[in-house]
Ligand binder design. Structure first.
Ligand code: NAI
Ligand code: MG
Length: 322
Protein backbone atom coordinates (compact mmCIF):
# COMPACT_ATOMS: atom_id res chain seq x y z
CA UNK A 1 0.00 0.00 0.00
CA UNK A 2 1.29 3.44 -0.97
CA UNK A 3 0.19 6.36 1.19
CA UNK A 4 0.73 10.01 0.35
CA UNK A 5 0.97 12.36 3.30
CA UNK A 6 0.19 16.05 2.90
CA UNK A 7 0.68 18.12 6.01
CA UNK A 8 -0.29 21.39 4.35
CA UNK A 9 -0.43 24.58 6.40
CA UNK A 10 -0.97 25.72 9.97
CA UNK A 11 -2.10 22.98 12.35
CA UNK A 12 -2.02 20.49 9.47
CA UNK A 13 1.73 20.38 10.12
CA UNK A 14 1.07 19.57 13.79
CA UNK A 15 -1.75 17.03 13.69
CA UNK A 16 -0.71 15.05 10.62
CA UNK A 17 2.59 13.74 12.02
CA UNK A 18 0.58 12.39 14.97
CA UNK A 19 -1.95 10.74 12.68
CA UNK A 20 0.93 9.20 10.70
CA UNK A 21 2.04 7.45 13.90
CA UNK A 22 -1.35 5.75 13.96
CA UNK A 23 -1.05 4.80 10.28
CA UNK A 24 2.39 3.34 10.88
CA UNK A 25 1.14 1.43 13.90
CA UNK A 26 -1.43 -0.40 11.78
CA UNK A 27 0.38 -0.39 8.44
CA UNK A 28 4.09 -0.56 9.25
CA UNK A 29 4.93 -2.02 5.86
CA UNK A 30 3.14 0.57 3.79
CA UNK A 31 5.19 2.93 1.66
CA UNK A 32 4.82 6.53 2.79
CA UNK A 33 5.76 9.64 0.87
CA UNK A 34 5.19 13.31 1.55
CA UNK A 35 3.77 15.81 -0.90
CA UNK A 36 4.30 19.49 -0.23
CA UNK A 37 1.25 21.48 -1.26
CA UNK A 38 -0.66 24.42 0.14
CA UNK A 39 -0.43 28.11 0.79
CA UNK A 40 3.08 27.86 2.25
CA UNK A 41 4.28 26.40 -1.01
CA UNK A 42 2.47 29.14 -2.93
CA UNK A 43 4.28 31.78 -0.87
CA UNK A 44 7.62 30.13 -1.60
CA UNK A 45 7.13 29.03 -5.21
CA UNK A 46 4.16 31.00 -6.53
CA UNK A 47 2.09 27.85 -6.95
CA UNK A 48 0.16 25.95 -4.27
CA UNK A 49 -0.13 22.67 -6.14
CA UNK A 50 1.40 21.87 -9.51
CA UNK A 51 0.87 19.11 -12.07
CA UNK A 52 3.67 17.02 -10.57
CA UNK A 53 1.98 17.16 -7.17
CA UNK A 54 -1.27 15.94 -8.69
CA UNK A 55 0.57 13.12 -10.48
CA UNK A 56 2.29 12.00 -7.31
CA UNK A 57 -1.01 12.07 -5.37
CA UNK A 58 -2.55 9.95 -8.13
CA UNK A 59 0.19 7.39 -7.58
CA UNK A 60 -0.94 6.71 -4.01
CA UNK A 61 -3.53 4.18 -2.90
CA UNK A 62 -4.75 6.71 -0.37
CA UNK A 63 -3.87 10.20 0.77
CA UNK A 64 -3.77 11.57 4.29
CA UNK A 65 -4.28 15.31 4.06
CA UNK A 66 -3.89 17.94 6.78
CA UNK A 67 -5.35 21.31 5.93
CA UNK A 68 -4.45 24.11 3.62
CA UNK A 69 -4.94 27.81 4.11
CA UNK A 70 -7.03 29.49 1.43
CA UNK A 71 -6.56 33.26 1.60
CA UNK A 72 -9.60 35.35 0.60
CA UNK A 73 -7.52 36.82 -2.26
CA UNK A 74 -9.68 36.50 -5.42
CA UNK A 75 -6.55 35.70 -7.45
CA UNK A 76 -5.80 32.59 -5.39
CA UNK A 77 -7.15 29.29 -6.67
CA UNK A 78 -8.14 26.89 -3.91
CA UNK A 79 -5.70 24.00 -3.75
CA UNK A 80 -8.28 21.82 -2.08
CA UNK A 81 -10.79 22.36 -4.88
CA UNK A 82 -8.13 21.49 -7.47
CA UNK A 83 -7.17 18.27 -5.69
CA UNK A 84 -10.80 17.19 -5.31
CA UNK A 85 -11.47 17.97 -8.97
CA UNK A 86 -8.33 16.47 -10.52
CA UNK A 87 -8.64 13.28 -8.49
CA UNK A 88 -12.37 12.98 -9.09
CA UNK A 89 -13.17 12.92 -5.37
CA UNK A 90 -16.91 13.42 -5.75
CA UNK A 91 -18.12 12.15 -2.39
CA UNK A 92 -17.22 13.79 0.90
CA UNK A 93 -18.16 11.54 3.82
CA UNK A 94 -18.28 13.26 7.18
CA UNK A 95 -19.24 11.04 10.09
CA UNK A 96 -20.40 12.62 13.34
CA UNK A 97 -20.99 10.14 16.13
CA UNK A 98 -21.37 10.12 19.87
CA UNK A 99 -23.54 8.78 22.65
CA UNK A 100 -26.80 7.64 21.03
CA UNK A 101 -26.24 8.95 17.52
CA UNK A 102 -24.29 8.03 14.42
CA UNK A 103 -24.75 10.48 11.56
CA UNK A 104 -23.03 10.32 8.19
CA UNK A 105 -23.12 13.52 6.17
CA UNK A 106 -22.67 12.64 2.50
CA UNK A 107 -21.73 15.85 0.76
CA UNK A 108 -21.69 16.22 -3.02
CA UNK A 109 -18.13 17.33 -3.58
CA UNK A 110 -17.80 18.23 -7.25
CA UNK A 111 -20.26 20.97 -8.11
CA UNK A 112 -22.99 23.07 -6.46
CA UNK A 113 -21.80 26.42 -5.20
CA UNK A 114 -18.19 25.23 -5.27
CA UNK A 115 -18.25 24.87 -9.04
CA UNK A 116 -15.57 27.55 -9.28
CA UNK A 117 -17.50 29.25 -12.07
CA UNK A 118 -17.47 32.85 -10.96
CA UNK A 119 -17.53 36.37 -12.29
CA UNK A 120 -16.01 38.86 -9.96
CA UNK A 121 -16.76 42.54 -10.44
CA UNK A 122 -16.63 45.77 -8.49
CA UNK A 123 -20.40 46.16 -8.34
CA UNK A 124 -21.61 42.62 -8.88
CA UNK A 125 -20.11 39.20 -8.34
CA UNK A 126 -21.71 35.89 -9.10
CA UNK A 127 -20.98 32.24 -8.42
CA UNK A 128 -22.77 29.70 -10.54
CA UNK A 129 -24.49 26.92 -8.63
CA UNK A 130 -24.32 23.88 -10.86
CA UNK A 131 -26.51 20.87 -10.15
CA UNK A 132 -26.39 18.02 -12.63
CA UNK A 133 -28.46 14.88 -12.73
CA UNK A 134 -25.32 12.80 -13.18
CA UNK A 135 -23.54 14.09 -10.07
CA UNK A 136 -26.76 14.05 -8.01
CA UNK A 137 -27.38 10.43 -8.98
CA UNK A 138 -23.81 9.47 -8.21
CA UNK A 139 -23.88 10.99 -4.72
CA UNK A 140 -27.35 9.58 -3.99
CA UNK A 141 -26.10 6.09 -4.90
CA UNK A 142 -23.15 6.56 -2.62
CA UNK A 143 -25.40 7.67 0.27
CA UNK A 144 -27.89 4.82 -0.25
CA UNK A 145 -24.98 2.38 -0.50
CA UNK A 146 -23.74 3.48 2.92
CA UNK A 147 -27.18 2.97 4.42
CA UNK A 148 -27.45 -0.52 2.96
CA UNK A 149 -23.87 -1.66 3.45
CA UNK A 150 -23.37 -0.57 7.03
CA UNK A 151 -26.66 -2.15 8.18
CA UNK A 152 -27.70 1.19 9.52
CA UNK A 153 -31.41 0.40 9.13
CA UNK A 154 -32.06 4.08 9.05
CA UNK A 155 -33.63 6.62 6.77
CA UNK A 156 -31.90 8.69 4.15
CA UNK A 157 -32.46 12.39 4.73
CA UNK A 158 -32.20 14.49 1.58
CA UNK A 159 -31.10 17.96 2.69
CA UNK A 160 -32.12 20.65 0.20
CA UNK A 161 -33.52 24.11 -0.31
CA UNK A 162 -35.79 23.32 -3.25
CA UNK A 163 -38.43 25.72 -1.96
CA UNK A 164 -36.19 28.65 -2.85
CA UNK A 165 -33.65 27.34 -5.35
CA UNK A 166 -35.01 25.52 -8.34
CA UNK A 167 -31.63 23.88 -8.95
CA UNK A 168 -32.35 21.89 -5.81
CA UNK A 169 -35.54 20.45 -7.26
CA UNK A 170 -33.31 18.48 -9.60
CA UNK A 171 -31.06 17.41 -6.74
CA UNK A 172 -33.94 16.41 -4.46
CA UNK A 173 -35.94 14.57 -7.09
CA UNK A 174 -32.90 12.72 -8.39
CA UNK A 175 -32.06 11.57 -4.87
CA UNK A 176 -35.66 10.45 -4.36
CA UNK A 177 -35.57 8.37 -7.56
CA UNK A 178 -32.33 6.68 -6.56
CA UNK A 179 -33.60 5.94 -3.04
CA UNK A 180 -36.77 4.41 -4.49
CA UNK A 181 -34.82 2.35 -6.97
CA UNK A 182 -32.42 1.08 -4.29
CA UNK A 183 -35.22 0.41 -1.79
CA UNK A 184 -33.95 2.86 0.81
CA UNK A 185 -36.44 4.68 3.05
CA UNK A 186 -36.04 8.44 2.66
CA UNK A 187 -37.40 11.80 3.65
CA UNK A 188 -36.62 15.28 2.46
CA UNK A 189 -35.85 18.24 4.68
CA UNK A 190 -34.98 21.88 4.17
CA UNK A 191 -31.37 22.35 5.08
CA UNK A 192 -31.85 25.25 7.49
CA UNK A 193 -34.47 23.56 9.66
CA UNK A 194 -32.63 20.26 9.25
CA UNK A 195 -29.41 21.74 10.64
CA UNK A 196 -31.19 23.02 13.72
CA UNK A 197 -33.10 19.80 14.27
CA UNK A 198 -30.06 17.58 13.81
CA UNK A 199 -28.26 19.54 16.53
CA UNK A 200 -31.29 19.28 18.84
CA UNK A 201 -32.17 15.68 18.03
CA UNK A 202 -29.18 13.93 16.48
CA UNK A 203 -30.63 10.49 17.21
CA UNK A 204 -33.28 11.15 14.56
CA UNK A 205 -30.69 11.16 11.79
CA UNK A 206 -28.70 8.57 9.94
CA UNK A 207 -27.28 9.28 6.49
CA UNK A 208 -27.85 12.85 5.29
CA UNK A 209 -27.14 13.55 1.62
CA UNK A 210 -26.84 17.13 0.46
CA UNK A 211 -25.14 19.51 -1.94
CA UNK A 212 -21.65 20.91 -1.59
CA UNK A 213 -21.96 24.12 0.45
CA UNK A 214 -24.83 22.82 2.59
CA UNK A 215 -22.83 19.72 3.46
CA UNK A 216 -19.83 21.84 4.38
CA UNK A 217 -21.85 24.02 6.75
CA UNK A 218 -23.98 21.21 8.16
CA UNK A 219 -20.99 19.06 9.12
CA UNK A 220 -19.15 21.92 10.85
CA UNK A 221 -22.35 22.81 12.73
CA UNK A 222 -22.78 19.19 13.85
CA UNK A 223 -19.31 19.48 15.38
CA UNK A 224 -21.18 21.16 18.24
CA UNK A 225 -22.49 17.71 19.22
CA UNK A 226 -19.06 16.20 19.74
CA UNK A 227 -16.85 18.89 21.19
CA UNK A 228 -15.86 20.89 18.15
CA UNK A 229 -14.02 20.80 14.86
CA UNK A 230 -11.02 19.08 16.39
CA UNK A 231 -13.10 15.88 16.54
CA UNK A 232 -14.42 15.55 12.99
CA UNK A 233 -12.75 13.34 10.36
CA UNK A 234 -13.70 12.99 6.72
CA UNK A 235 -13.12 11.00 3.58
CA UNK A 236 -13.11 12.29 0.01
CA UNK A 237 -13.85 9.38 -2.25
CA UNK A 238 -13.82 8.94 -6.00
CA UNK A 239 -13.85 5.97 -8.32
CA UNK A 240 -10.06 5.76 -8.42
CA UNK A 241 -8.67 7.81 -5.55
CA UNK A 242 -9.37 8.45 -1.89
CA UNK A 243 -8.24 11.26 0.38
CA UNK A 244 -8.78 11.46 4.12
CA UNK A 245 -8.62 14.72 6.07
CA UNK A 246 -9.90 16.36 9.19
CA UNK A 247 -12.93 18.58 8.56
CA UNK A 248 -11.17 21.52 10.18
CA UNK A 249 -8.89 23.95 8.40
CA UNK A 250 -5.40 25.24 9.15
CA UNK A 251 -6.58 27.15 12.26
CA UNK A 252 -4.19 30.11 12.03
CA UNK A 253 -5.39 31.34 15.44
CA UNK A 254 -3.72 28.40 17.22
CA UNK A 255 -1.15 27.28 14.64
CA UNK A 256 2.43 26.99 15.86
CA UNK A 257 1.42 26.63 19.50
CA UNK A 258 1.33 22.84 19.55
CA UNK A 259 -2.12 22.76 21.14
CA UNK A 260 -4.34 21.54 18.28
CA UNK A 261 -6.53 18.53 18.93
CA UNK A 262 -5.18 15.64 16.84
CA UNK A 263 -8.33 13.48 17.14
CA UNK A 264 -9.89 14.59 13.83
CA UNK A 265 -6.66 13.75 12.01
CA UNK A 266 -6.25 10.45 13.85
CA UNK A 267 -9.84 9.46 13.03
CA UNK A 268 -9.19 10.40 9.39
CA UNK A 269 -6.20 8.04 9.45
CA UNK A 270 -8.54 5.38 10.84
CA UNK A 271 -10.95 5.93 7.96
CA UNK A 272 -8.03 5.61 5.53
CA UNK A 273 -6.95 2.30 7.04
CA UNK A 274 -10.47 0.88 7.04
CA UNK A 275 -10.89 1.97 3.44
CA UNK A 276 -7.84 -0.15 2.65
CA UNK A 277 -9.23 -3.16 4.51
CA UNK A 278 -7.39 -2.72 7.81
CA UNK A 279 -9.76 -3.01 10.76
CA UNK A 280 -8.85 -0.48 13.42
CA UNK A 281 -11.60 2.05 13.99
CA UNK A 282 -13.13 0.34 16.99
CA UNK A 283 -9.77 0.08 18.68
CA UNK A 284 -8.89 3.68 17.88
CA UNK A 285 -12.22 4.88 19.28
CA UNK A 286 -11.68 2.86 22.46
CA UNK A 287 -8.22 4.33 22.86
CA UNK A 288 -9.47 7.90 22.31
CA UNK A 289 -12.25 7.39 24.86
CA UNK A 290 -9.83 5.89 27.37
CA UNK A 291 -7.34 8.74 27.07
CA UNK A 292 -10.08 11.36 27.37
CA UNK A 293 -11.63 9.67 30.38
CA UNK A 294 -8.22 9.49 32.04
CA UNK A 295 -8.53 13.30 32.11
CA UNK A 296 -6.13 14.04 29.28
CA UNK A 297 -7.69 16.48 26.80
CA UNK A 298 -6.57 19.27 24.53
CA UNK A 299 -7.78 22.81 25.28
CA UNK A 300 -10.67 22.80 22.83
CA UNK A 301 -12.14 19.99 24.95
CA UNK A 302 -11.53 21.87 28.17
CA UNK A 303 -8.20 20.27 29.10
CA UNK A 304 -4.58 21.41 29.13
CA UNK A 305 -2.80 18.69 27.14
CA UNK A 306 -0.80 19.64 24.08
CA UNK A 307 -0.99 17.87 20.73
CA UNK A 308 2.03 15.66 21.23
CA UNK A 309 1.27 14.58 24.82
CA UNK A 310 -2.25 13.62 23.83
CA UNK A 311 -0.92 11.63 20.89
CA UNK A 312 1.72 9.99 23.09
CA UNK A 313 -0.98 8.82 25.49
CA UNK A 314 -3.04 7.55 22.58
CA UNK A 315 -0.10 5.65 21.11
CA UNK A 316 0.62 4.11 24.51
CA UNK A 317 -2.95 2.81 24.63
CA UNK A 318 -2.79 1.46 21.09
CA UNK A 319 0.58 -0.19 21.68
CA UNK A 320 -0.57 -1.87 24.85
CA UNK A 321 -3.60 -3.21 22.98
CA UNK A 322 -6.23 -0.91 24.53
P1 NAI B 1 -10.63 26.24 10.99
O1 NAI B 1 -11.30 24.92 10.97
O2 NAI B 1 -9.21 26.27 10.61
O3 NAI B 1 -10.77 26.86 12.47
C1 NAI B 1 -12.02 27.22 13.05
C2 NAI B 1 -11.88 27.30 14.57
O4 NAI B 1 -11.78 25.95 15.10
C3 NAI B 1 -10.62 28.02 15.02
O5 NAI B 1 -10.91 28.77 16.18
C4 NAI B 1 -9.66 26.91 15.34
O6 NAI B 1 -8.70 27.24 16.32
C5 NAI B 1 -10.58 25.79 15.82
N1 NAI B 1 -10.02 24.48 15.48
C6 NAI B 1 -10.01 23.89 14.26
N2 NAI B 1 -9.39 22.71 14.32
C7 NAI B 1 -8.98 22.54 15.58
C8 NAI B 1 -8.25 21.51 16.27
N3 NAI B 1 -7.82 20.41 15.63
N4 NAI B 1 -8.00 21.68 17.58
C9 NAI B 1 -8.42 22.77 18.24
N5 NAI B 1 -9.11 23.77 17.66
C10 NAI B 1 -9.38 23.66 16.34
O7 NAI B 1 -11.47 27.21 10.06
P2 NAI B 1 -11.17 28.71 9.61
O8 NAI B 1 -10.54 29.47 10.71
O9 NAI B 1 -12.43 29.16 9.03
O10 NAI B 1 -10.15 28.57 8.42
C11 NAI B 1 -8.74 28.71 8.55
C12 NAI B 1 -8.10 28.42 7.21
O11 NAI B 1 -8.26 27.04 6.89
C13 NAI B 1 -8.69 29.21 6.05
O12 NAI B 1 -7.63 29.62 5.21
C14 NAI B 1 -9.59 28.21 5.35
O13 NAI B 1 -9.72 28.50 3.99
C15 NAI B 1 -8.83 26.92 5.58
N6 NAI B 1 -9.66 25.70 5.55
C16 NAI B 1 -9.12 24.61 4.94
C17 NAI B 1 -9.78 23.43 4.91
C18 NAI B 1 -9.11 22.26 4.26
O14 NAI B 1 -7.92 22.24 4.06
N7 NAI B 1 -9.83 21.22 3.92
C19 NAI B 1 -11.11 23.27 5.50
C20 NAI B 1 -11.59 24.47 6.17
C21 NAI B 1 -10.88 25.65 6.16
MG1 MG C 1 -15.57 23.50 6.05
Amino acid sequence: MKIAVVRGDGIGKEVIPQAVRVLQHYAPDAEYFEADIGYGKWERCGVGCDDDDIESLKGADSILFGAVTTPPDPGYKSVMLRVRKDLGLYANLRPVYGEGFNIMVVRENSEGLYSGIEEIGEERSTTLRVVTKKASERIARCACGILLKDFRNGTLTIGNKANVMKSDVLFRDTCISVAQEMGVPYRTAYIDALTFDAIQNPQRYDVIVTTNLFGDILSDALGHLVGGLGMLPSANIGDRHALFEPVHGSAPDIAGKGIANPIAAVRSAGMLLEHNGIRCQEEIEEAIAAVISSGMKTRDLGGTADTVSFANALMDRLSSGG
